[in-house]
Design a protein around this ligand. Structure first.
Ligand code: RIB
Length: 310
């Protein structure tokens, strides 16, 4: 069956704790609120794509536990195809997310069933006549690399969100059409500091030489940079006065970029649209449940299309 997007990646059940600050070593600290929600970078990106109206196929593994059932249910309720989501092993992936007063977060991931997906699960038919595959780095490296090589062989465009950052082979990197990373991941991949917009522009140009397509580095409240063809440009963030929780903001940004790729909108137009989407998502707690639908952000797309075609 033809889909707009195939997402091969993680599904985590997120345990979110809202707390004023992180505890010190040896300190017992009181949190303010506990929330349990479906998450995982792969599932989050799949849900944001589907909420924008794309036809999405999710490939991944959850455990044979109540979390696994809930993770599949959440995808299904958001119209993501779950035919390629397997239930294996005892425990699902878990995300332990500490959300601070500023809306920033720290997270620890328990791998669980995300690491039970194998190269044998990644078959050619996932990519034949499919326009776009999105991968992250919360599943085994061998599966990511294998998927990149196979997708490339069948002409499926490849977006890699190398999060959390891992070493990727030169061969696999050279087949990436869209590399999307944050400043920490970009710094890891390039072996350089990415603390300023200027450093991000330089880093994006250098990473650009290693991939066959374009590079986006997201910079949180500093916006994003895009390296394409002969130039690299900076795009400001959308101002958001009411930041509640930035968990999944990067995933919702990626959903917005994927939507534009599928619709044939170039990345320089896609970035302001995706920034609008992630800015909308950080005004509520959680990942998938906080992501906007297309009508919530359609005005941003209209503006972009006017610029594109007007
Ligand atoms: O990007 C946010 C996600 O990262 C969370 O949902 C958590 O599960 C981790 O995968």
């Amino acid at each position: 069956m033809k889909h707009d997007v195939v997402v091969i990646g993680s599904l985590n059940y997120d345990i979110l704790v809202q707390q004023d600050r992180l505890p010190k070593t040896g300190e017992t600290f009181t949190g303010n609120e506990l929330m349990l929600m479906p998450g995982g970078k792969g599932a989050n990106q799949a849900v944001q794509c589907a909420k924008l109206g794309l036809n999405v196929n999710m490939v991944g593994c959850v455990g044979n536990d109540i979390y696994g059932n809930d993770l599949i249910k959440s995808l299904d309720e958001n119209n993501v195809s779950v035919a390629c989501v397997r239930q294996r092993g005892k425990t699902s992936g878990i995300g332990i997310v500490q959300i601070l007063e500023s809306g920033d977060y720290c997270s620890t991931i328990i791998k669980g069933a995300n690491y039970l997906i194998t190269c044998e699960d990644i078959s050619a038919d996932l990519f034949i006549d499919q326009p776009l595959v999105i991968l992250q780095s919360e599943i085994p490296d061998s599966v990511v690399e294998n998927a990149i090589m196979l997708a490339s062989r069948y002409g499926c465009r490849i977006m890699l969100n190398n999060a959390p950052a891992r070493a990727i082979s030169t061969e696999a990197l050279s087949r990436i059409d869209y590399l999307v990373v944050n400043e920490t991941e970009a710094g890891f991949m390039n072996g350089s500091s990415v603390a300023t917009i200027q450093e991000a522009l330089v880093c994006a140009r250098q990473l650009h030489q290693q991939v066959r397509g374009q590079v986006i580095i997201t910079l949180g409240e500093k916006g994003a940079v895009l390296s394409r063809e002969e130039e690299a440009d900076h795009y400001p963030a959308v101002f958001c006065p009411d930041v509640v929780d930035t968990t999944g903001a990067g995933d919702s940004f990626i959903g917005g970029i994927a939507y534009c790729i599928v619709k044939g909108i170039p990345l320089k137009e896609a970035i302001p649209f995706a920034a609008e989407i992630s800015s909308n998502s950080i005004q509520k707690y959680g990942g998938q449940s906080s992501f906007p639908m297309l009508p919530d952000v359609a005005h941003a797309l209209t503006l972009n299309q006017q610029r594109l075609f007007g």
